[in-house]
Design a protein around this ligand. Structure first.
Ligand code: S3P
Length: 172
């Protein structure tokens, strides 16, 4: 049987990429960051896609990629924070993968994204306000994922071990 994917979901700054790379290295699986694939394929940065083509276009690219990846196996997938906005993405990605939602407090998220310029949804206005507003809107969507890890006070190793335990006990 093919190795199922591990799919990391969660708001910006919850650790999806960092944890995903560590998981890939520990499990000797391939790491794939959905935003990076979109950047490579379009030849544009995420802020440029949002500015030139609009968020809806980005969401369509994200939707197509989620569908494509649901047919692959053996991957550690870091999704973009807005993947939950379309429920079809979650049902697709759940089909061949263990889906884990990472979370963190708004203060910790702010600390992690403070100097970042690559996130168009946090680019204008007060970052903390934007984080709280988006988190409030999306909370039910993130909460609906059954595997949850609050990364606020955990090391990358602790998070990775926790996910591997769940992965080993899960079956698709
Ligand atoms: C987004 C999160 C980003 C990226 C885009 C939109 C979101 O990914 O996909 O800027 O809607 O939360 P990260 O969660 O990797 O920052």
């Amino acid at each position: 049987m093919a190795t199922q994917n591990i799919v990391l979901i969660g708001f910006m700054g919850t650790g999806k990429t960092t944890v995903g790379k560590q998981l890939a290295s520990t499990l000797s699986m391939k790491f794939l960051d959905m935003d990076n694939v979109i950047v490579e394929r379009t030849g544009k940065s995420i802020p440029d896609i949002f500015a030139q083509d609009g968020e809806q276009h980005f969401r369509a690219l994200e939707r197509n990629l989620a569908h494509e990846l649901s047919k692959q196996s053996g991957l550690i997938i870091a999704t973009g924070g807005g993947i939950v906005l379309n429920p079809a993405n979650i049902s697709d990605l759940s089909r061949t993968g263990l889906v884990v939602c990472l979370s963190a407090t708004p203060a910790k998220i702010l600390e992690r994204v403070a100097t970042d310029t690559n996130r168009p949804l946090l680019a204008s206005g007060d970052k903390m306000e934007k984080i709280e507003e988006l988190l409030y809107k999306r909370k039910p969507l993130y909460d609906s994922i059954s595997n949850q890890i609050d990364t606020t006070n955990l090391s990358v190793e602790e998070i990775t071990e926790n996910i591997i335990r769940t992965f080993e006990n899960s079956s698709v």
